[in-house]
Design a protein around this ligand. Structure first.
Ligand code: ZN
Ligand code: ZN
Length: 295
């Protein structure tokens, strides 16, 4: 009784002391590994490229403690609304852990390409109810953007060719732009090739919304065409490079300096996506000296 009273008065005190706190739900992006990102706006939460099993000897896996928290639905991984998958390479998507997650979290939907669905279906009986929770967007690079509106999410998606040349041309690589609660908009590019014409053809789509954050692969930084694409098509409060090799873990500042922009390097690190983010934007004047390539 007494403890309850104290708690209630403390809560009242905090409300008095910080009247603005409830006015706006904070938005945040949390890095999981490679191109895996959790984006939250209050209770609305989405995951990008969060379930995969291959590091290919150089990329970051999602650490076991984060995987366990996601699977258990512990904060901040509780109440996830949707999973988005860029493409089926093993450093972005593996069917088994995604299925395991979908089984444990029956309200979550997964959005992916035809190839993503095929990978999941290959592991399941044809009447498995999980298959009904998958939304397939079967796009090719020349197809127009597709729009979906589901509950608290506005979703716009195009296909951008995978980096690495013609040998990767058969891989459907989707770029998902998601707006949470009409408030927070982010875009993910999967393993997009920094090739200007692939973006020009979807110019109106990319310019249609101001972004709280854009997540291009890190090879856009310091690459002339990649930089031009970021300037032209990423009208974003924050541009954060992803797919940074595991060698950058613990060494993020040096990698960000070299890239001349922000990068996610250490799983678990996060950035606020709402409010005034201008003060802590990294110095983008620094010229890049290292130009990584994708293959
Ligand atoms: Zn790939
Ligand atoms: Zn990749």
């Amino acid at each position: 009784m007494r403890r309850g009273l104290i708690a209630a008065s403390l809560a009242a005190l905090f409300q008095l002391a910080a009247p603005g706190v409830q006015a706006h739900d904070p938005s945040q992006a949390t890095y999981l590994g490679n191109e895996g990102v959790l984006v939250t706006h209050g209770d609305t939460k989405v995951l990008f490229d969060a379930f995969y099993a291959d590091s290919y000897g150089q990329y970051t896996l999602v650490p076991d403690d984060i995987v366990e928290s996601m699977m258990a639905g512990e904060p901040p991984y509780d109440g996830v609304d949707a999973i988005f998958v860029s493409h089926v390479h093993g450093d972005h998507f593996t069917a088994k852990p995604a299925i395991r997650y979908l089984r444990k979290h029956p309200k979550v939907r997964l959005y992916g390409s035809r190839q993503t669905l095929d990978a999941i279906a290959g592991e399941l009986e044809s009447d498995d109810p999980i298959l009904r929770r998958i939304t397939v967007v079967d796009l090719r690079p020349h197809d127009e953007a597709k729009h979906l509106h589901v509950n608290d999410l506005d979703i716009d998606v195009v296909a951008i060719p995978h980096a690495g040349g013609p040998s990767r041309a058969g891989v459907q690589n989707l770029s998902w732009r998601v707006t949470l609660d009409d408030d927070t908009t982010v875009i993910h590019f999967g393993d997009a090739d920094p090739n200007r014409p692939d973006f020009d053809r979807h110019g109106e789509h990319f310019k249609a919304r101001h972004l709280n954050a854009a997540f291009p692969p890190y090879w856009f930084f310091g690459n002339e065409e990649g930089e031009s694409i970021m300037r032209t098509y990423m009208d974003a409060d924050r541009v954060i490079g992803i797919h940074v090799p595991a060698a950058a873990i613990g060494n993020g500042e040096a990698w960000r300096q070299r890239a001349g922009g922000d990068l996610f390097t250490d799983p678990g690190e996060s950035r606020p996506l709402s409010g005034d983010t201008s003060a802590d934007k990294p110095d983008t004047e620094t010229p890049a000296t290292h130009v990584p390539s994708d293959d």
